[in-house]
Design a protein around this ligand. Sequence first.
Ligand SMILES: Nc1ncnc2c1ncn2[C@@H]1O[C@H](COP(=O)(O)OP(=O)(O)OP(=O)(O)O)[C@@H](O)[C@H]1O
Ligand SMILES: [Mg+2]
Length: 429
Amino acid sequence: MNSLFIRVDDKQYGPFSHHELRGLAKKGKFNSADLVWHEENGEWVHAEEMNELRTIFTDDAAFEASESKIIAVGGGKGGVGKTVLTASLGVAFASMGRETVLVDADFGGANLHTVMGILEPEYTFFDFYTLHRETLNDIVLPTPVEQLKLISGACGTLGLANPKYSQKLRFIKQLRNIDADYVLLDLGAGSSYNVIDFFLAADEGIVVTNPDPMAIQEAFSFIKICLMRKLKRAFHGNRQVLQLLEQDEVSRPGRMLMSMSEIVAKIRENDERAADFFEQVLESHKPKLILNMVMKPDDVKEGIAIQAAAAELLSIDVQYLGFISYDNSVRDAVRELKPFLLRDPRSKAAQDLAKLVNIKLLGKSMFKSLWEKRKLKKVLLDEQQHYPDMDLAAKAPICSVKCFYWDDCEYQNGGHPCSVRHLDPIFRG
Ligand SMILES: Nc1ncnc2c1ncn2[C@@H]1O[C@H](COP(=O)(O)OP(=O)(O)OP(=O)(O)O)[C@@H](O)[C@H]1O
Ligand SMILES: [Mg+2]
């Protein structure tokens, strides 16, 4: 669902998501006669004239039916498991019958294709940009899992590490046109504008962290930076709000001396309407959180700590989806170039993920969820049988005198696959 700019009392706000507009409409703060920017026509129109806004003013069921499609997986710290979780989430969604496309949006270090066992992707984003492909559908690749497709990042090229703003806009628009029920975006580490913009452009964002203090700190800071960017964009025409957001107490990294609720109170002193909109953005912004690599029961509380801090300081509801255990089978799966959910559906990490997808992500009732879980396990065990084994050792170059390293090599074994260059297929991909 596209975000929209609105104009109320001659002031422009936004872009707001449909969820935010829905929230405002329900409270009577936004009505069908208010103005909305119609991008294609290039003019302001009344909200009631926009087809896509019809469900906002009607019943809940119609609105809820328009479920989220684009889900971004991000989080400040590198190496916390964003990519392996995205791949296995995709496997879970596809195995439950949802057409799913994984998108490698880590422009600096694309590796989602490797996790899926695709060493030489036929197309990547590089083709999309340089060959001026019409739509992202043109570079969608099949994977060994039925109903799961992949859009591979531009491997080995850093050229797209900083896409131009126009490229980003085009990309985000294109994501909505991908033929799928779900599009899962694997984002890079850090909190650069690229990462944040894609995280915010998605219908839902999942923050992944592990229980280490540094990762927890970065996850909270990521959540805060995303919220600040969203608020600054929504109120970029309102100097009072911007000044409040930019003041040292709020925007500096680390400790916040002024909470969002105090900011709302300050805005309300002069501008009721802006305060209502501000509150709505806070109310609708609900990033999800997954705690990965949990080693002991006590670790689980770190997720709750982030949730509590976000509620107290940022006045937002972080939805803690649950945790995935630390499990060596995840590491083995990475080495075998398979999503961990398929490598061993009975492993602890796979079971944790299945539980989390069923109950929290697809929002099933408990009863239906148990049934779905059984079904999911059956499908996964079946998929596991058919998932191709990637024998990297067999793909290694054959040891011979022609090898560049022959003279210095301690592992000469002429005529057999090289035992130290078994990763060559990945580097060359
Ligand atoms: N639950 C887990 N148990 C054990 N190891 C894990 C688990 N989750 C992830 N790992 C390991 O952590 C490594 C890093 O994971 P991954 O590449 O998905 O992180 P990332 O957040 O995408 O990193 P980057 O920010 O660099 O893209 C993987 O190689 C995997 O072996
Ligand atoms: Mg990654």
